[in-house]
Design a protein around this ligand. Structure first.
Ligand code: C2E
Ligand code: MG
Ligand code: MG
Length: 748
């Protein structure tokens, strides 16, 4: 096929001035123009007509194809062909139109412009085809003078450029949109920052770009540094500065600081700094340096993109913050319980033996806290944390696992309890105070605990700590495997006790008489609780009372005891047992119950029992704690007319100065001193004697408990003790037995 007779009609016009400058770089961008024609002359004429022409300051670069097939291969190989000047009829009649169809429909190259050129008007495609294939121009070769060719081409090139920008922009926008969920899904800040700069670099789509993201340390979760801004993500030449302060970013620093100061995007030369208002207080900046200045489109896209970064950074910062709170203690900045356990879990995976966990509990911290105020309490904790942290080797972990409990995990030899105790030898500085503080320590050796995870190990250490606490304060205790068994059975017991209290099941009161050593008369009885377990056997009160106190069950249990004892007293009245009082044990936990007094009052009113026939027994050590609260409750009891005795007197840490402030009626000499009466050890007698004299001087009544022999009774009479209680007279017995006992004693 030939292209027809008109091809020589290409006029050469000289009014377009070829470009004169010669000092153009070889790699400057050019418009790629593909000429497709089976007539070589057309190629030559076209190139000749257009050579040295620049459109919008870019030269042309020609590609030549002589068939539709050849042209297709070239189109596929070059994705930047701006315009195809295309012959319609080549190897076959529709070769040109076929090529356009493939370009548009199959390759989807919608931005490429097509100028159809044909020899004869008869070959002109229909308007439908022109529209469908988006053909820009259709000219017979005779119509295409040089000037017309140039204007047609210029329009086409500009239109290509415009479309291409639109498409790139749209692609970048969808890139931004698509990358957003990915960006937001990043859970750790480092991952987020890396994704953020990678995406930014991809957006700019240039061969060489250097990008970094710098963020306020608060967003980075880095609370410890003094430098405000850090490079948190980097691509290209800034990679080495990752994690460093902004100040290390060399020539970029000035522009970034300008953006931060002006709170806006700034550009200078080939660089730009995009201001990101992640949140008001902690902005960030995306810095970009390319080989040439960013285009307007690139800048706009990056500005849009930075909004995404801002939102994501805030999220990532929040997540870092949450992470910090989840694993760390805000006050001391040490690990918290979860962080501690996680650290131990890590260690357990390493299977290294010979490590120990220690739990260090500050004695009487809550009292110190109440007395000094919480701010001082916090300072004390900080002070302790600081001193303990000096004892650490790098591999060891110190954590605050509870309010006043610190955990240390390290090699056995580093956790000698005696050395740990030494840290508490000197007082701690708390504001203007210098506080002497003691600690109790529970320790567990990894090898002893058979713990499968950190939580188990912590439990074991806790068991040891509780064991140490039940001994004297200021002590330490190592965990042994039998402790866990004991702990387990305590928990089982607590479970059963809860059911017993809820359903009033297996609970009874027994009564032990109190007698006058002078007249032999029965003056009252002490009510003592009895709990019959599922197997029908009694469980000793020493075992479950502490559990009931610890769990708070004592409030319900104590109310039941009081109610039952008061009603028993009423029943005894009906049986003719007159003039006796009822001694009822109460625990301090009950004192703290706001309904304590009103419930007692109600029980007394309902039964019609005078309050002065009730004597509450509180233990000495209990009375010493929380003095003000105890004193005010005792005063109310006194106003009500209820009597109060100090139980187990002589065993607690007595404070005589305090004793005379307590509005009480009676001291009860502990049976330990009665047991020692008359024995070789004379101290028993002297203590009993001291208590009796003390009671007399304070105007208090005295009763001795635990009298088992006549000899003991006689010695107490000699010492001037008027009242007694013990197996010598009667063991604690149920109500029916008590009534029998009373009548029998009357009749003999
Ligand atoms: P406690 O109040 O000092 O009660 C006296 C304890 O000494 C009773 O033990 C009693 O059985 C025992 N006892 C009495 N006479 C003798 C004696 O001659 N020789 C010996 N070896 N022991 C004697 P029990 O009943 O096992 O009670 C133990 C503790 O449990 C009581 O000591 C009291 O602190 C507490 N408790 C008992 N019932 C209650 C209660 O209802 N509420 C509260 N909060 N505590 C209670
Ligand atoms: Mg008692
Ligand atoms: Mg007692």
């Amino acid at each position: 096929m030939t292209s027809g007779p008109h091809h020589d009609d290409l006029d050469i016009v000289d009014d377009l001035v070829p470009d004169a400058s010669s000092a153009r770089p070889l790699d400057e961008p050019k418009w790629h123009i593909l000429i497709v024609d089976d007539d070589p002359e057309v190629h030559n004429a076209t190139v000749f007509a257009l050579q040295d022409i620049r459109i919008d300051d870019r030269p042309l670069h020609f590609l030549h194809a002589h068939t539709g097939t050849e042209a297709l291969a070239m189109v596929k190989a070059d994705d930047d062909i701006a315009v195809v000047i295309l012959d319609v009829v080549m190897e076959h009649e529709s070769a040109g139109l076929d090529l356009v169809r493939v370009i548009r429909k199959e390759l989807g190259r919608s931005e490429m412009r097509v100028i159809l050129r044909t020899g004869q008007p008869g070959y002109a495609p229909e308007m439908r085809v022109i529209r469908e294939y988006d053909i820009n121009d259709y000219k017979t070769k005779s119509e295409l003078t040089r000037v017309r060719l140039l204007t047609t081409l210029t329009t086409a090139v500009r239109s290509y450029d415009h479309l291409k920008r639109l498409i790139t922009g749209r692609r970048a926008l969808s890139h931004i949109v698509e990358s957003a969920p990915l960006l937001y899904a990043q859970r750790d800040v480092a991952g987020f920052c890396k994704a953020a700069v990678d995406n930014a670099a991809a957006l700019i789509d240039e061969n060489s770009v250097d990008v970094f993201l710098c963020a306020h340390r608060a967003n980075y979760g880095s609370h410890l540094s003094a430098q405000p801004y850090f490079i948190v993500g980097a691509v290209g030449c800034f990679t080495a500065q990752l994690g460093r302060p902004l100040q290390d970013a060399g020539s970029a620093v000035a522009l970034v600081e300008q953006a931060l100061a002006r709170r806006e995007h700034v550009r200078e030369g080939n660089s730009a700094a995009f201001y990101i208002a992640a949140n008001e207080a902690n902005p960030a900046v995306l810095f970009v340096a390319a080989a040439k200045p960013l285009s307007e489109e690139q800048s706009q896209l990056l500005a849009v993109y930075c909004v995404n970064i801002g939102v994501g950074l805030e999220n990532a910062g929040l997540i870092a913050d949450l992470n910090f709170s989840a694993y760390s203690d805000r006050l001391t900045r040490l690990s918290n319980r979860i962080g501690f356990v996680a650290r131990i879990d890590d260690h357990l995976r390493s299977e290294e033996q010979g490590w120990t966990m220690a739990l260090i509990d500050i004695d009487h911290f809550s009292e110190l806290n109440d007395a000094l105020g919480h701010q001082k309490g916090d300072q004390l904790l900080l002070s302790v944390a600081q001193r303990l942290s000096m004892a650490l080797l790098p591999r060891m972990t110190l954590a605050r696992v509870g309010g006043d409990v610190f955990g240390i995990f390290g090699p056995d030899e580093m956790l000698d309890p005696r050395q740990l105790m030494d840290h508490f030898r000197l007082p701690f500085a708390v504001g203007e105070y210098s506080l002497p503080v003691q600690a109790t320590i529970g320790l567990v050796r990894l090898d002893e605990a058979a713990a499968s995870d950190g939580i188990d190990l912590l439990k074991a250490a806790n068991i040891a700590l509780n064991r140490a606490k039940t001994g004297d304060r200021g002590r330490w205790h190592y965990y042994t495997s039998d402790m866990a068994v004991a702990m387990r059975s305590r928990l089982d017991l607590l479970h059963d006790l809860r059911l017993a209290v809820e359903h009033r099941r297996g609970l009874e009161l027994h009564y032990q008489p109190q007698v006058s050593l002078v007249s032999g008369e029965v003056i009252g009885a002490e009510a003592l609780i009895r709990w019959r377990g599922a197997d029908g056997n009694f469980i000793r009160p020493d075992l479950f009372i502490s559990l009931a106190e610890y769990s708070g069950l004592i409030v319900e249990l104590g109310a039941w005891v009081f109610h039952t004892a008061v009603n028993e007293l009423k029943a005894w009245d009906a049986q003719g047992i007159r003039g006796v009082h009822m001694a009822i044990n109460v625990s301090l936990v009950q004192f703290r119950d706001p309904t304590f007094l009103s419930r007692m009052r109600a029980a007394l009113d309902t039964a019609g029992i005078a309050p002065d026939r009730i004597e509450l027994e509180i233990t000495e050590s209990v009375a010493m704690l929380d003095a003000e609260m105890v004193i005010s409750t005792l005063q109310e009891l006194k106003t009500m007319g209820i009597q109060v005795a100090i139980d187990d007197f002589g065993t607690g840490f007595s404070s005589l100065s305090y004793l005379h402030r307590l509005p009480i009626d009676r001291l009860k000499i502990d049976r330990a001193f009665v047991r020692d009466l008359g024995s070789a050890r004379a101290s028993g007698a002297s203590i009993a004697q001291t208590i009796i004299r003390l009671g007399q001087s304070l105007g208090l009544q005295i009763i001795a408990e635990g009298i088992e022999t006549e000899e003991q009774a006689q010695l107490l009479v000699d010492l001037g003790c008027p009242f007694a209680q013990g197996f010598l007279y009667s063991r604690p017995v149920d109500s029916a037995s008590f009534i029998n006992w009373w009548h029998q004693r009357r009749s003999t």
